[in-house]
Ligand binder design. Sequence first.
Ligand code: C6P
Length: 413
Amino acid sequence: MIQSNTITKELDVFAIRKQFPALNRQVKGQPLVYFDNAATTQKPQVVIDALVDYYTNYNANVHRGIHTLAEEATAAFEASRDAAQRFINASSREEIIFTRGTTEGINLVAYSWGRKNINAGDEIIITEMEHHSNIVPWQMLCEEKGAVLKVIPQQDGELLLDEYKKLLSSKTKLVSVVHVSNALGTVNPVSAIIQLAHQAGALVMVDGAQSTVHLDIDVQAMDCDFFAFSSHKVYGPTGIGVLYGKKHLLEAMPPFQGGGEMIKEVTLEKTTFNDLPYKFEAGTPNIGDAVVLKAALDFVTRIGKEKVRNHEIELLAYATEQLVQLPGVRIIGTAATKVSVVSFVIDKIHPQDIGILLDNRGIAVRTGHHCAQPLMHCFGIPGTIRASFAMYNTKEEVDQLIVGLQKAIKMLL
Ligand code: C6P
């Protein structure tokens, strides 16, 4: 059951839409209907302006120069770190590592923490609904170390917690779990998962790629050990993301990459490493996009996550109601608690054909396996059609999707 809410009235979607220039464009002669928000959101004007402002006015390298531009760039870069700390309620700014995105955050933990702490016979637990970026790094680590990867099964898009409890043992060293499934929209019960893992003596990494934009994230309340997200799914630029880690864990971890910035002192014989968070930020970082991340996070905070969530859930309920009435449509992933992602298949029709026909009407959805091939395998399908809604989407756009699907089904069957 999807919980709907009528609080949408509080969100001025029309005013919000005006802040996203991309929504004004036409695709194939039709106004764009952008329902691929789980892949990446469109960017508001404040984010675009912040990027232009950075490159126009204070582009400089950070933490190196003493000239005015370098100091301005450094201040803005570090202010963005503070904004990220507030956004996920980390207890200190040293716990916020800038990365390229969620993928790099998970890989950083696998390389640094994993290679130090995982030994032959140890076990790492993931779930059946992981994105490839939360499978492959652990497979690589397990292969290298002779460790074992265990998997929590799911049914109809819900993790089976009783099965999870059976997998936990003193051999479990890490549980790495997706907070919100990108392919199904399921919100996983991460607090319960974390509590159980900690009781077994294991750490927990949470993949927050899809949750950070929709849910209120409080890493302290959640008590996760690591949390990763990507800016581009939170209305920010691509190429920048955040890895959160508990300070004492990050302090004990070896650097991920070596180079400038992550050092205190280098001689030809030996290097001493920098303090957190810089120990994990080798080389010139992606300064412009990091600076702009603050503009995106402030934008989301200003609009209000709860209002947006209620609007999106209303769209999800409305879309789901309409979709199930279409001939041959089957919703994939019917968990009780979901964010605004609806995945579906249509009998005897390939998802890609639907994607192409919808694009001809200006409607952008994602089709395929959504980088979650093992999950698709569980459902016995090669892929789905996925519509994912954001703050700027409307019921009228959902109606257009439904009309587009009706026409496509008629044409293809
Ligand atoms: N999912 C989607 O269309 P990056 O690429 O590093 O920003 O994020 C990777 C990632 C990790 N975990 C989850 C749950 C994700 O959804 C994603 C990205 C996009 O679903 C692109 S594949």
